[in-house]
Structure formats: structure tokens, C-alpha cells
Ligand binder design. Structure first.
Ligand SMILES: [Fe+2]
Ligand SMILES: [Fe+2]
Length: 215
């Protein structure tokens, strides 16, 4: 596996950790527990900024176009499906953010709406990640050389720096760590590591650590 795909897979691991947090939040809402609205806003911010802007941004601006150039058609194939799913998830996330706003304002039914939107979002995103792993990334590996992947990983770093600005990545990393601690009772290194390695620095680190292997 080349370094560009490895970077995207590492980001998927971080995103899946925050989906577990979201599951735990919904579980508490189901039992009638009051969730701190600030936490809801922070979790939503993570999905909007890290999962969508940063990760889907890299896929849409850099990775998918490179696959098209390498001969994988956009329409009628997995790239078109992935783009459509990114849009679907944006719509559901907008609904979730609005429901969180109503929850914060004290609206009675907002908790049930949060559970509904969050469950839809988590199901969509988990299926999406599985498809990328088992279909798109497999195809990509056939079409991209290690050289091309290295170049893409460098462009990921540039895009992330432009899009997120300095320090944002670390803030999102700390946010995931904090939410895991509160909702999963998990402050372990493995959770923290998943985001620590998922951003701009990971490409360089992965190059050094390449021989450690495994996903
Ligand atoms: Fe995607
Ligand atoms: Fe992805």
C-alpha cells in the first residue's frame, strides 16, 4: 500500500473513533441523560472540519482526480458513488447540526432528532469507508505507482495546511482525545495516535516507519 492510501486509511481510523463517541452520545440520549450541548457542537465540528473539509477535501480535490487521470472513470463507477455519498453525508450532517442547535435551545424533541440524524450519518459514513477500503482503494492500488502516491501525499499535506491553517489539526486531535475520555472512558495512546498520525505530519512519518507494516 502506498503512502497516499495509507494516509487516507489512517484518517478513516480517527473518523471511526469519533463515530464510536457519537454512538455513545446517542446511547446516553436514549436513556434520557442530558448531554452538554458544547460537547455536541465539538463532535459536530470534528466531523465537519476533519472528516468533511480535510479528509473528503483531499479525496475530492486530489485523490479522485488523480484516479480519473489514471483511467478510472468518474461517472458510472466508484468515484461517482463516493462523491454522491459525500454530498448525502453533508445534508445529514446539516440536519444533525440544526437538531443540536434546537437541543441547546431546550426544544423537547431535539434529542430524538439528534439520535435519528446521528444514526443515519454513522451508518452512511461507515458504509462509505468500507466501500473505499474494499473497492476504490483496491482499484487505486492497481492504477497508481508508489511515485504517484508519494506525490499525492505531498499534495495532501499542502492542501491540509491551506485548508485547516496552523494548529487546527492538533486542536482536532485533542478534541477527539477529550471526547473519547468523556464518552468512551478511553484516554489510551491508541486513540490519540489515530489522529496524531492522520494529518500533514503522517506522510513524512509513514515514509520513515514504512517497514512497520500492517493497517
Ligand atoms: Fe470518501
Ligand atoms: Fe475516505
Amino acid at each position: 500500500m502506498g503512502v497516499a492510501i495509507e494516509t487516507l486509511k489512517t484518517e478513516h481510523r480517527a473518523i471511526k473513533r469519533m463515530l464510536e463517541v457519537l454512538d455513545a452520545v446517542c446511547e446516553r440520549l436514549r436513556t434520557g441523560e442530558r448531554i452538554d450541548p458544547a460537547h455536541l457542537n465539538q463532535i459536530i465540528k470534528f466531523f465537519q472540519e476533519f472528516a468533511d473539509r480535510c479528509h473528503h477535501g483531499k479525496e475530492e480535490e486530489i485523490f479522485f482526480p488523480a484516479l480519473e487521470m489514471a483511467g478510472i472513470p468518474k461517472e458510472g463507477g466508484p468515484i461517482g458513488v463516493m462523491l454522491h455519498e459525500h454530498d448525502q453525508m453533508r445534508v445529514v450532517m446539516k440536519g444533525l447540526a440544526e437538531a443540536a442547535g434546537r437541543y441547546q435551545a431546550g426544544e423537547m424533541n431535539a434529542g430524538a432528532d439528534i439520535i435519528r440524524y446521528a444514526s443515519d450519518y454513522a451508518a452512511l459514513l461507515r458504509r462509505h469507508i468500507e466501500k473505499e477500503h474494499h473497492v476504490l482503494f483496491q482499484m487505486a492500488e492497481q492504477h497508481l505507482s508508489p511515485e504517484e502516491e508519494r506525490e499525492l501525499a505531498e499534495r495532501f499535506e499542502v492542501l491540509e495546511a491551506e485548508m485547516m491553517g496552523t494548529g487546527t489539526h492538533e486542536k482536532l486531535h485533542a478534541l477527539l482525545d477529550r471526547m473519547q475520555g468523556i464518552y468512551l472512558g478511553d484516554r489510551s495512546e491508541s486513540g490519540a495516535e489515530s489522529v496524531a498520525e492522520s494529518g500533514a505530519e503522517s506522510g513524512r512519518k509513514k515514509k520513515r516507519d514504512k517497514n512497520q507494516g500492517g493497517e
